[in-house]
Design a protein around this ligand. Structure first.
Ligand code: SF4
Ligand code: SF4
Length: 364
């Protein structure tokens, strides 16, 4: 098959489907900010026929994998049909879920849907009091843990994702031990982003200072990571990692931005810069219902601006960083949200630099 010119230069490897506008939790730190969906309620979700059309148009552009996220992706009323479509097209699947709907049946369906399935389950503490406080729904911890067990029983060893705040920072090591004993394959630590709902947590003093984050990262690299056989993503940007843990990773993995090969699809069918199009209209690139994906991918001026300007137009500390080609400023979506331009530096590194904590050996 002859590939369109846009696909030869910039293959569209992965689509992030923000499948639903609803979520069955009300997490304090969520940067997507979906609507709460209680029992018997239904918020809009991506039309399955649109999902199929997008996959059909994306395969000639280089699509090899899809990520299902949300809101809570397993709330999608036709999730089985979407999984079938992914499997039929031989795509790799990754799912970001809060785990509540990972029943034994759903876990089996995920396992059988395609050959390569990767599931991340959010767990913000090792006990109900900590996790449920973050997630703002009672019983969330018990259901998430049950969901993780169901996944493991179905043969999927999930990644656990913990967002670090002042309240759960004392459980960082415990979550790794829990992951080991429960049969998880890795743990990813996220920093609380000063974005959307996360901004409120910063205002309320729930975030660690940059000095505390850098010290925590050093301890993880020195002590926590060598203490476990599990893969650990400590959450700090590339410049703060040992060299051996930078160059083994590919774009889209372990904190490396995959923006040259990633496109977001929102629940209403809009194409966007990952999920940030939910908040920022100028980062919506078209609509799957009316626009041809090849034209969006090859002609959208923002996407072309990113391709032409990244990483040499990055500003602040990211412009000075030795690893900017690899890291691409960590997350252009978050950076844009914070400063309303594409070349803004990542907040963590910029704050660390201003506090004299950025490693000088990593400057150009
Ligand atoms: S300074 Fe920017 S490019 Fe360098 S590691 Fe930090 S976020 Fe990445
Ligand atoms: S812009 Fe952010 S969300 Fe999108 S691929 Fe890069 S790191 Fe991921």
């Amino acid at each position: 098959m002859e590939l369109p010119a846009s696909a030869v230069l910039h293959p569209l490897h992965t689509i992030y489907f923000y499948l639903t506008e609803g979520c069955n939790l009300k997490c304090r730190h969520c940067w997507i900010d979906p609507k709460y969906q209680g029992e018997g309620e239904q918020h809009p979700s991506l039309d399955p026929s649109l999902f199929r059309k997008i996959i059909r148009e994306a395969i000639p552009l280089g699509l090899t994998s899809v990520r299902l996220t949300g809101g809570e992706p397993l709330l999608h009323p036709a999730i089985g049909e979407l999984l079938d479509c992914i499997g039929e097209n031989g795509l790799q699947l990754s799912v970001e879920t809060n785990g509540l709907l990972c029943s034994p049946q759903t876990a089996q369906d995920l396992r059988r849907s395609c050959e390569t399935v990767f599931v991340s389950v959010s767990l913000d503490g090792v006990d109900a009091a900590t996790h449920d406080w973050m997630r703002r729904v009672k019983g969330a911890f018990d259901k998430a843990v049950r969901g993780i067990h169901n996944l493991v029983e179905a043969g999927i060893h999930p990644q656990l994702i913990m967002t670090i705040t002042r309240r759960n920072v004392g459980q960082v090591e415990q979550i790794v031990r829990m992951a080991e004993s429960i049969g998880a394959e890795s743990v990813k630590f996220n920093h609380l982003q000063p974005t959307s709902r996360g901004s409120k947590m910063y205002e309320n003093g729930e975030a660690l200072s940059i000095g505390e984050l850098v010290a925590l990262g050093e301890w993880m690299e020195r002590t926590l990571i060598p203490s476990t056989a599990l893969r650990i993503d400590p959450g700090h940007p590339v410049a703060f990692r040992p060299l051996g843990r930078i160059f083994g990773n590919k774009p889209g993995e372990c904190g490396l931005c995959g923006i040259f090969g990633v496109l977001g699809v929102l629940a209403g069918g809009k194409y966007a810069l990952c999920g940030i199009g939910e908040h920022i209209p100028e980062l919506v690139f078209g609509n799957a219902g009316s626009d041809d994906l090849d034209s969006v991918w090859s002609e959208n001026p923002v996407l072309n601006d990113i391709r032409n300007g990244m990483p040499h137009r990055l500003q602040g500390i990211c412009g000075e960083c030795l690893f900017r080609e690899k890291c691409l400023g960590s997350c252009i979506a978050q950076n844009y949200y914070a400063k309303r331009h594409l070349w803004a530096p990542f907040w963590y590194c910029q704050q660390a630099y201003e506090a004299g904590l950025f490693p000088s050996a990593r400057l150009r």
